[in-house]
Structure formats: structure tokens, C-alpha cells
Design a protein around this ligand. Structure first.
Ligand code: ADP
Ligand code: MG
Ligand code: MG
Length: 889
């Protein structure tokens, strides 16, 4: 295996092997851009080192060979006394991990070669400045010396000289500082700063390898879900110097604005400095545009190179560069990070420039970004007082009174207050409080902490790990930086998309993207928002590309109309249980408690017109589009009063000797219907089979509603869905009765009805016998929420708050299987059932309802296994449309 690649040997597609930095340095080298020569040690070498604790045997020789070649190219030897070659040793993993790992500059300087460097450059100050930087960086990152000690010594030197910036220190001062730094190293690391240049280089390489497993790097990877076994590459790059006087400098730039996507000159430049000074904010940088007046030639060349890079990468790039005495050098480039809004704008701009096509544009944006753009946001014009920043764990903008325990959260929210639950970290006992709160703020924990996982699952705004906030749960308050104290009841605002925490109530405005989907803002208008324009175009690309249709889960006409505005092509799941609540509860109670057939028929008769009216409205809202109606699904006791409350009522009435036959009857019914595992009890099709007349009443309501819409010249397209079927026999019995009812209604109304009947596939047995079930079903809709519960054997309500955090932390789940479909388990059942179903009935319609229908990754899976549509909540529809388009392109 080859462990070292010269910059001329790699290219941008070798990120796995050379890391992002190394791959792109190679790409720029091969584009003929001015990159200081160098070589890259592969991630494979790092992996061997991390696994075995030893560098691979071949590595040393390979490094030697490449170093010799580099020395030949440069015409000087590493650390040679008279005219030293200096190099940087730079980390660079496949995914950029800004600031997480180590880089050491100026390797090769020693007590001897510093003299040579001074002579060659004709600049003593520069040479000693470079040397003190080396000892400082090497001491800190390679020898593990506390960096503050060097900073303090540097400060002391400036104070002694009564100057404020490091460039005012002269050669003699820096020489003294070097001596001081060497003493610090000796005292802290117990060894001298190494004078042998090769030893410096080898130790630095090892330190970069080790930095992969530094605490910071590990934490970052966990948060960003970057695998821990990738390892980092190491780049050895000949030094160029930005600290050689005023005609030298260093800077960073973007080829376009990463916040808006606009083309222009974006970046910062710092004269007479080395690279790390820009990020460290040692001195004030100037806007890149000023480079034009400082050094026109380099500026023009830089603009030229930025254009070359954009055309080559066909995307926004960010770059690091250094100017050494008027000569421009490129030190890094990569496709740059951008905000969600800029991602949409840049994708359309690049299409307009002819750099990418529509299909590629769809790969440049994600559903997650679109979802981010749809959350309400804090008004950017408002005056705000930011007091902290944590991890953006679950998006949204939430305002409320700070409360520090769940009990208060629940109590206050019951009395109509909006609250933000503030905790150091949450645990399963906080669940009630989290549900009651507008948002959740914690001072500990990352993206996989309990708070983050549960909040995301609930779609609730959450900022976690805001470490500057000192949360004092006992005294019910928190201290923010600067000492201000937030007491229980004080208003705070948290932004789950940025992680920012504010004092007071920041006004919230709806997102322009939602205004657009709602039809309150139009693309193409003169004053149209640029972002809306871009979203509009990308959605059109997606709609043209996608094969999957997108439907909505909606139970009433209002939701249905919104879903339609958002682009729904039908309703994939209308839950009828919602139609049994409210005033109708009493009717349902009577139905459940009926002792005689007559009583039961009486209550069904009363329910029928109410159900019918619901459906008429729904068909009207969705005229011309399919509407899948699921017959009653939840266990009956859900429609009865709470058992404890009722027992108390009965006991009270008894003690007061008041009449209470009704309560008693109710209580008996509740006891009778009580189930230890309602999720696995009397529900779904089982109900339909044991309560005579229930399902037929619902089918009749659907059929009569459809007939009524037809006679009003409407185009109703109802699909009747039977839930929780486990065997074809269940479906056959229900079907036979339903067909009879439909035939009756047709005869009675004289209208021809085309109602299809299908089933949900949400039990493993249904999936396994899908071939048989398809004999009696015209469509399948995969109920992946229940299917996930039944395949894994855990109930969502019980487990998300209890052990999911531990599972995520241990890496058993990458992500909750309720959030993203578990391809290997639940997914293979879906695939198998789809195939078996279609084998029986080639025109079987296949869809999915349940939260996975709006989850980006899951949508790609459903596309891949050939489903016809996904169905999701109205607000997720644009996300599903976009991801379906991305999946197909
Ligand atoms: P990071 O990944 O943290 O940005 P880098 O490896 O890019 O670390 O290096 C840190 C700084 O040092 C950057 O500003 C970079 O431009 C600068 N730098 C790295 N190598 C050299 C070099 N050979 N010559 C001059 N500056 C360099
Ligand atoms: Mg860098
Ligand atoms: Mg279900």
C-alpha cells in the first residue's frame, strides 16, 4: 500500500484517502494554480497508527523519499543551517472539522537555521518571529504545553515594550521571547525543544494523527455524525511567508457570499501575518476589497483564480491564501459551507450561469434545508440581547417564561402561560415538562442528548449545550455571561436553528417561504423575495423530476386545503377517530355501552350523518384527488373517561349517597375494556369485526358522501383503508360487508361509485403474507409508525424518552428508527411486501403514511423500492416533493 502522495499525484475525488485538504491541494496543483509544493500522508497510514499504536513500517521511508524530492524541487534542505526549507504539517480529514485538529507551521527552524533564514530573507525580525511561532505551536500541540503560558509571555513582552500589537516587537524582543518560550517548554514538557528538523517533522505528524482522537474532535464528530474510524490525512507543505513585511500578508475568501449567494468580493486580509493570525483575531483584518489598493497585481490574480475555482468546482468555494513579497500562494480550498437560504440561491444562480443543470441543482439543496427555511423566525430587525449560544438541536423560534422544572412547566402551561423549560440536562422525568413547554434549553449535552433527541421527535424547538449559561435548578434561576440573572418567570427567546439564546421576547415573523407556499407571496412578482424565487424554481425542478407522488395526512377540510396549497396530490391518510371526539364523544360512549342491538343501532344512526358531513367537506376540498380514509383504529377505551377520575367520581357519589348508575356503568365498561397493552389489543380491524355495524356505518357515510358530491358534479375519489390487518381473512370479511353497503348506496342513489378498498400494512404478519392480502386489497399503505413498533417490539411513547439516548450514544442507532426508516429491518419488510403484493396484483397501488413519509432519507428509500406515493403532514409536503425529486435525479 502506498502511504504518501505528492500534491501532483492526487485529485479532488480522493478525499477518503487524502482528506479534503490534501485532495483539494492536489486538485489546485494540477489546475496549475500557485500551490507551495508538498505531499500528503494518507488516512490509511493514520488508521494503521491509531489501530496499532505504531506508524506503518513503510511510512518512514516513503516520507523520506518524498521529502528528498521536495528538497530537490525547492533547492534547499529541511532545516539546513544556511538556507533552510521550512514546512507546515497540517491535519485534514475527509470532512472538514474546523479548528478541531492540529497544524504546525515553520517546521525546520532551530537555533542554527533561524540565523540562515534571517540572512536569506534579509530580515532578522521575520526569522525570529517565525521561530517563536514554531516553538509556541509545537509546544502547545505536539508537546502538550498549556498555550496560555506562551500567550502570557507574549503579552508580557508587549507590555515591557509598551506596544499593543505583535508586529511592533523587534528582532531583539523576539529573540528574548524565543529564549523564554524554550524555558517554558523545558519546564512544562520536561524536555528541550527539538533542534533536529526531521524529529520536529516526525513528532508533528504523530501529533496530527493523535489529534483525531482528541476530546474536541471526538465531540465534534459525535455531534456532526461523522464516523470515528475515518482517520485524518497529514499534509506536509513547503512554507510561504505572509509575515515578511508590509508587502506580505494572509487572507481568507469566498468566491461568493455564503449568506446570500451573491457574487462579489467576500473575505478578510491581514498584512504582515501568518495564516493562523486571521482566525485568531490577533489584529484587525481589512475587507478583502482593500487588497486591491494594497497589492493590485496579487488582487487581480486572486480574482482570476477564484473564477477558475468556481468554474472548476461549479460551486461556491472558500479559500486560504498567502502573499509573500508580492507573490500569491494558494494554501487551501474547498466547497464552502453556506446557509440554507444561500444553498437555494446559489443552486439557481449556477443554473443561470450554465454551470450546472437542473438535476445537479437538486443535489445542491436538501429537504432539511428547506424545512429550516419554513420555520417561523425571529425578526431580524428587532433589537435583541443575545446572552448565549448552544447547539441548534431542533429548529424553530420559541418565546416563553423561563421555568426550571417540569412540574412548573406543566402547571404554568395549563394556566395558559408560554414557558421555556430550562435544565442543565433533561432526563425521562422531564417528559411532561418538555411536552408542555414551547421550547427546551439545556446547558449540557450535544445533538444526541436526551433533550435533543426527544425534542426533535416532538418537533419542538430546542437549544442544548449552551455552556455559558449557569443553570441553578435548586434556586430556579440561571446566570448568563456578564452576571445577569434570569429568574423563574423571566421571558427568554431561543432559536433552535441557530442555537442562540436571547433575553426578553424577540418578535417572531412567519417565514417568507411558508408565505409563498400558502399563496400569500408570489414568485415572479417585481418585489418578490429572492429566496422565494429560488425556492419556487427548485420546487419546479423537483416536481418535473420526481416519480413519487406526494399526499397529505389530513383529517379535515381545512388541513386538506392547506395541503393542496403546499402541493399535495391527495390525502394518504384521513384518521376517522378524530371525527369521534368532541361533542360526539357521548354518542360513541353510548355505542360502546350499548346493551342491546337496538341501542347500538340508534347511536350508529346518529353518528352516520355527522360522519357523512365530514366526508362531504373533505371530498370537496380534495375534489379530483384521491382521499384515503382509514376506518376507526384506536382501542375503544380511548373514547371513555379516565379510569382514576371516574373511580373518584363514583366513590364521591357513593359517599354522598347521590345517584350514580350511569357512572357505575361507565366504570364497569372502562374496566371491561381496560387493556394492559392497548397497542396490541382490541383495535383496528379487530374492532370492526367485533362491534357489529361500526365499519359498515363508516363505509356507508363515505359512500353516501361520495354520491352526494357526484350529484353536485364533483369528482370524489375515495379509498377505504382497513387498519391493522394481520391476515387476509380479516380483510375479506370486512370487504364483503363493505361491498354490500356500497352496492346498496349505489342502488339507492342511482349513482355509480368507484370506491377502492385496501389495507394498511403495519404488522409483520401482514407484510409477510402480503401476497395473499393483495388478493383482497386494491392498495397497500405502509403504516411505518406501527410497523416500526411491531417489528422492533417497542412502543414509541414508552421508549423514546427512556433508552433512546443511550442507544444513540452507544451507536446502536445512528438516528431514531421513528425518524428515519430502519432500512435493514422495517425497510426490508416494506420491500418484500411491495414485491409480493405486486406479484399478486400488478396494478396494486403502494404508498406510505406515517412520519417517515416526510423524512428525507426515508423518501429516498421509498423511491428506491418503487412505491407510488408518500403521505405526510401538510407542512412536510414541500420537503417530500423536493426529496422525491432529488431521489429521482
Ligand atoms: P485549519 O484546517 O485549521 O485551517 P490549516 O492546515 O489550513 O489549518 O493551517 C492553519 C493556517 O496556517 C491557515 O491559515 C493556513 O493558511 C496556514 N498555513 C498552512 N500551511 C502553510 C504554509 N505552508 N505556508 C503558509 N501558511 C500556511
Ligand atoms: Mg485551513
Ligand atoms: Mg397504525
Amino acid at each position: 500500500m502506498k502511504f504518501v502522495y505528492d500534491f501532483t499525484e492526487g485529485n479532488k475525488d480522493l478525499k477518503d484517502l487524502l482528506g479534503g485538504k490534501g485532495a483539494n491541494l492536489a486538485e489546485m496543483t494540477n489546475l496549475g494554480l500557485p500551490v507551495p509544493p508538498g505531499f500528503t500522508i494518507t488516512t490509511e497510514a493514520c488508521k494503521v497508527y491509531l489501530d496499532s499504536g505504531e506508524e506503518p513500517v513503510a511510512l518512514r521511508d516513503e516520507v523520506s523519499a518524498h521529502l528528498e524530492a521536495l528538497e530537490a524541487t525547492m533547492g534547499k534542505k529541511l532545516g539546513q543551517a544556511g538556507d533552510p526549507l521550512l514546512v507546515s504539517v497540517r491535519s485534514g480529514a475527509k470532512f472538514s472539522m474546523p479548528g478541531m485538529m492540529d497544524t504546525v507551521l515553520n517546521i525546520g527552524l532551530s537555533d542554527k537555521s533561524v540565523q540562515g533564514l534571517a540572512k536569506q530573507a534579509g530580515d532578522d525580525r521575520f526569522a525570529w518571529d517565525s521561530y517563536r511561532r514554531l516553538i509556541q505551536m509545537f509546544g502547545k500541540t505536539v508537546l502538550g504545553v498549556d498555550g496560555d503560558l506562551f500567550e502570557e509571555a507574549l503579552e508580557a513582552a508587549k507590555e515591557a515594550k509598551k506596544v499593543t500589537v505583535d508586529t511592533e516587537l523587534e528582532a531583539a524582543d523576539l529573540k528574548k521571547l524565543v529564549a523564554k518560550f524554550k524555558k517554558i517548554v523545558k519546564a512544562e514538557a520536561g524536555r528541550d525543544f527539538p533542534q533536529d528538523p526531521r524529529e520536529q517533522m516526525d513528532l508533528a505528524i504523530k501529533a496530527v494523527f493523535d489529534s483525531w482522537n482528541g476530546d474536541r474532535a471526538k465531540l465534534y464528530r459525535r455531534q456532526e455524525r461523522i464516523p470515528h474510524d475515518l482517520g485524518t490525512a497529514v499534509n506536509v507543505c513547503s512554507m510561504v511567508f505572509g509575515n515578511l513585511g508590509p508587502d506580505s500578508g494572509t487572507g481568507v475568501a469566498f468566491t461568493r457570499d455564503p449568506a446570500s449567494g451573491h457574487q462579489g468580493v467576500y473575505g478578510d486580509y491581514l498584512q504582515n501575518a501568518q495564516g493562523e493570525d486571521v482566525v485568531a483575531g490577533i489584529r484587525n483584518t481589512v475587507p478583502l476589497a482593500e487588497l486591491e489598493t494594497i497589492d493590485k497585481k496579487s488582487y487581480d490574480q486572486l480574482m482570476q483564480i477564484m473564477e477558475t475555482l468556481e468554474n472548476h468546482y461549479k460551486d461556491l468555494c472558500d479559500i486560504e491564501f498567502t502573499i509573500e513579497r508580492g507573490q500569491l500562494w494558494m494554501l487551501q480550498t474547498r466547497v464552502g459551507k453556506r446557509t440554507a437560504g444561500a444553498a437555494f440561491r446559489i443552486a439557481t444562480q449556477l443554473v443561470d450561469q450554465g454551470l450546472i443543470d437542473e438535476a445537479e441543482a437538486l443535489q445542491r439543496v436538501t429537504g432539511a434545508q428547506l424545512a429550516q427555511l419554513m420555520f417561523p423566525r425571529f425578526d431580524e430587525q428587532a433589537k435583541v440581547e443575545q446572552v448565549g449560544r448552544g447547539i441548534a438541536a431542533s429548529p424553530g423560534a420559541a418565546v416563553g417564561k423561563a421555568v426550571f422544572d417540569s412540574y412548573t412547566a406543566v402547571k404554568w402551561s395549563r394556566s395558559g402561560e408560554k414557558v421555556i423549560l430550562v435544565r442543565r440536562e433533561t432526563n425521562p422525568d422531564d417528559l411532561d415538562g418538555m411536552i408542555a413547554a414551547e421550547g427546551i434549553l439545556t446547558s449540557r449535552g450535544g445533538k444526541t442528548s436526551h433533550a435533543a433527541v426527544v425534542a426533535r421527535g416532538m418537533g419542538k424547538t430546542c437549544v442544548c449545550g449552551a455552556e455559558e449559561l449557569e443553570v441553578d435548578t435548586k434556586r430556579r434561576r440561571m446566570t448568563v455571561p456578564g452576571g445577569h440573572i434570569v429568574e423563574e418567570g423571566d421571558l427568554i427567546s431561543i432559536d433552535g436553528s441557530s442555537g442562540k439564546v436571547y433575553l426578553g421576547e424577540v418578535p417572531v415573523v412567519p417565514s417568507p417561504v411558508v408565505e409563498y407556499f400558502e399563496g400569500r407571496m408570489h414568485a415572479g412578482a417585481d418585489d418578490a423575495d429572492e429566496l422565494v424565487e429560488a425556492v419556487h424554481r427548485i420546487m419546479a425542478f423537483a416536481d418535473r423530476k420526481r416519480r413519487l407522488r406526494v399526499r397529505a395526512n389530513a383529517d379535515n377540510a381545512e388541513d386538506a386545503l392547506r395541503a393542496r396549497r403546499f402541493g399535495a396530490q391527495g390525502i394518504g391518510l384521513c384518521r376517522t377517530e378524530h371525527m369521534f371526539l368532541g361533542d360526539r364523544r357521548e354518542l360513541v360512549e353510548r355505542l360502546i355501552l350499548a346493551d342491546t342491538e337496538a341501542e347500538r343501532e340508534e347511536s350508529l344512526k346518529e353518528l352516520l350523518p355527522l360522519q357523512k358531513k365530514d366526508f362531504v367537506e373533505l371530498f370537496e376540498a380534495m375534489d379530483g384527488l384521491p382521499v384515503t380514509i382509514r376506518l376507526l383504529d384506536p382501542p375503544l377505551h380511548e373514547f371513555l373517561p379516565d379510569i382514576t377520575e371516574l373511580s373518584v367520581r363514583v366513590a364521591l357519589a357513593e359517599s354522598r349517597q347521590e345517584p350514580h348508575e350511569n357512572e357505575l356503568r361507565l366504570l364497569q365498561a372502562v374496566h371491561r375494556l381496560h387493556e394492559a397493552n392497548p397497542m396490541l389489543g382490541l383495535r383496528g380491524v379487530r374492532l370492526g369485526l367485533v362491534i357489529p355495524g361500526l365499519f359498515t356505518m363508516q363505509v356507508r357515510a363515505i359512500a353516501e358522501a361520495a354520491a352526494e358530491r357526484k350529484s353536485a358534479k364533483g369528482d370524489p375519489r375515495a379509498e377505504i383503508m382497513i387498519p391493522l390487518v394481520g391476515t387476509v381473512q380479516e380483510l375479506e370479511i370486512v370487504r364483503e360487508e363493505a361491498d354490500q353497503v356500497i352496492a346498496d348506496v349505489q342502488a339507492a342513489t342511482g349513482t355509480e361509485l368507484k370506491l377502492s378498498i385496501g389495507t394498511m400494512i403495519e404488522l409483520p404478519r401482514a407484510a409477510l403474507t402480503a401476497g395473499q392480502i393483495a388478493e383482497a386489497a386494491e392498495f397497500f399503505s405502509f403504516g411505518t409508525n406501527d410497523l416500526t413498533q411491531t417489528v422492533w417490539g417497542f412502543s414509541r411513547d414508552d421508549v423514546e424518552a427512556s433508552f433512546f439516548t443511550a442507544y444513540l450514544e452507544k451507536g446502536i442507532f445512528g438516528v431514531s428508527p421513528f425518524e428515519t426508516i430502519d432500512r435493514d429491518g422495517v425497510g426490508s419488510l416494506v420491500e418484500l411486501a411491495a414485491r409480493a403484493g405486486r406479484a399478486t396484483r400488478p396494478d396494486l397501488k403502494l404508498g406510505v403514511c406515517g412520519e417517515h413519509g416526510g423524512d428525507p432519507e426515508s423518501v429516498h428509500f421509498f423511491h428506491a423500492v418503487g412505491l407510488d406515493y408518500v403521505s405526510c403532514s401538510p407542512f412536510r409536503i414541500p420537503v417530500a416533493r423536493l426529496e422525491a425529486g432529488r431521489a429521482a435525479s
